[in-house]
Design a protein around this ligand. Structure first.
Ligand code: FES
Ligand SMILES: [Fe+2]
Length: 441
């Protein structure tokens, strides 16, 4: 297995102001990422609302592992590896559902929700010491599964830091999305948008808080949104939500620079102040919002409500596999499939106790931003593929990430902060990448 790249060789590939092209193109590096990052870190698997009742399950990818995240009869959530212990067939084909157990389609060994082998056909032909209770015959279980306020994460490492330690201050975005629910709970609802691109997984994360690109990459939708609304025959069907979502990519450099970027030693990052400008803010003076706010005040009181709704963090990356938006209740899961192939899965949440129209806004935001019909993520994906295509050339060897270098401030706990046009999130991600990749097992 590819534990063969020496730490010093890896260190030569990541410098403060640049990274080597092989990080995006070398299958051996990808293999090592699967072992040392996706094979050890806490990865988002599912939301508890997707597996509310015993027998509810949802499939997920944990590094290279195809896992079934399932709620057992005792209420406990487990993540089971989708591989029969007989001859290796997948025991589950559905993406989600409810089941009493898992029956292998090949020779009908059956497994319980806890993964235990319950029955095998033609038992008398097996050796007398064949023991159904032998733990080696149970579906393999992911060693660590933990929830943080309904968000279920798993880690293939049997030990190491806890989920809360790994998330650190970025957990605030999970707190914020849950605190926005007047009933104190959120639930995954609506459809799931899934796209794949022919590019490396890290391109997604770099792009999310890259504030220089929107004016160029999203220029077509920004300029369409800047057209005179009187040119449109029909009145806006959505209270101009789509329009403002497109416009928000049209900040000038001064506006982008007025935002803040924050990176954490674990690789997490977010953009602060994006909503302050008011272009994209969900905080509208309309009857739906007023009703929603009143319900939230009933739960939290005025002061806490103002704090919860005033939280202004955009594109929160929970390194290495998930991005969360609290204001519009969005989540995006990034799954590396190969060095040059990545899947992006996006869905949204309903805030329980909020007016249903608020959920419609979340769905619209998802459609506009992350669905295959999006005029935004589609542009980004096109760029990821062009980058991957460009990096197939052997020269030059390096990618520059020096924008804003020297202006980064390091604060308590090792977080780094800078003004909005910096490539600080890239640097934070690659510092973390190097630490994970060179850590001893
Ligand atoms: S491979 Fe599953 S029962 Fe044979
Ligand atoms: Fe973009």
């Amino acid at each position: 297995m590819p534990d063969s790249i020496a730490p010093d060789a890896l260190r030569r590939l990541v410098l403060p102001d640049r990274v080597h092209r092989s990080l995006y193109t070398d299958p051996a590096i990808f293999d090592l990422e699967m072992t040392r990052i996706f094979g050890r870190c806490w990865l988002f698997l599912a939301h508890e609302s997707q597996i509310r009742a015993p027998g509810d399950f949802v499939r997920a990818r944990l590094g290279r592992e195809d896992v079934i995240v399932v709620r057992a009869r005792d209420g406990r959530i487990r993540a089971l590896v989708n591989r029969c212990t007989h001859r290796g067939a997948q025991v589950c084909q559905a993406e989600r559902g409810n089941t009493a157990g898992f029956a292998c389609p090949y020779h009908a060994w059956t497994f319980g929700l806890d993964g235990a082998l319950n029955s095998v056909p033609h038992r008398q032909s097996l050796p007398p010491d064949f023991d159904l209770k032998d733990p080696r015959l149970a579906l393999a279980a992911v060693p660590r599964v933990e929830s943080y306020r309904g968000f279920v994460f798993g880690s293939l490492a049997p030990g190491g830091e806890s989920l809360v330690e790994h998330l650190g201050p970025i957990a605030a975005v999970i707190d914020n999305v849950v605190d926005r629910a007047p009933d104190g709970e959120i639930e995954q609802a609506g459809g799931v948008a899934r796209q794949e691109y022919r590019g490396n997984w890290k391109l997604h994360h770099e792009n999310a808080n890259d504030t220089l690109h929107p004016g160029f990459v999203h220029e077509s939708s920004v300029s369409a949104a800047r057209g005179d609304p009187r040119d449109y025959a029909a009145p806006a069907y959505d209270g101009h939500q789509t329009h403002t979502q497109m416009l928000s990519n049209g900040f000038g450099v001064r506006e982008w620079q007025s935002l803040s970027l924050t990176g954490f030693p674990a690789g997490h990052s977010y953009m602060g102040g994006f909503y302050r400008g008011g272009v994209l803010s969900p905080d509208r003076d309309d009857p739906v919002w007023r009703e929603y706010r009143a319900r939230l005040v009933a739960r939290h009181g005025e002061e806490k409500t103002a704090r919860v709704l005033g939280e202004d963090r955009f594109n929160n990356l929970l390194y290495p596999n998930v991005s969360i938006n609290a204001q519009y209740q969005q989540i995006r899961v990034v799954t590396p499939l190969a060095v040059d192939r990545t899947r992006v899965t996006a869905f949204c949440f309903r805030l329980k106790g909020a007016p249903e129209a608020l959920f419609h806004r979340a769905v619209r935001f998802l459609t506009n931003l992350s669905s295959p019909a999006s005029m935004i993520l589609s542009d980004d994906i096109e760029i990821f593929e062009r980058v991957q295509g460009g990096l197939a050339n052997s020269e030059p060897e390096w990618l520059d990430q020096s924008r804003g270098l020297g202006a980064d401030r390091t604060e308590a706990g090792g977080r780094t902060v800078s003004a909005g046009l910096s490539e600080l999130p890239h640097r934070a991600q690659y510092a973390a990448w190097l630490r994970y990749m060179t850590a001893a097992a």
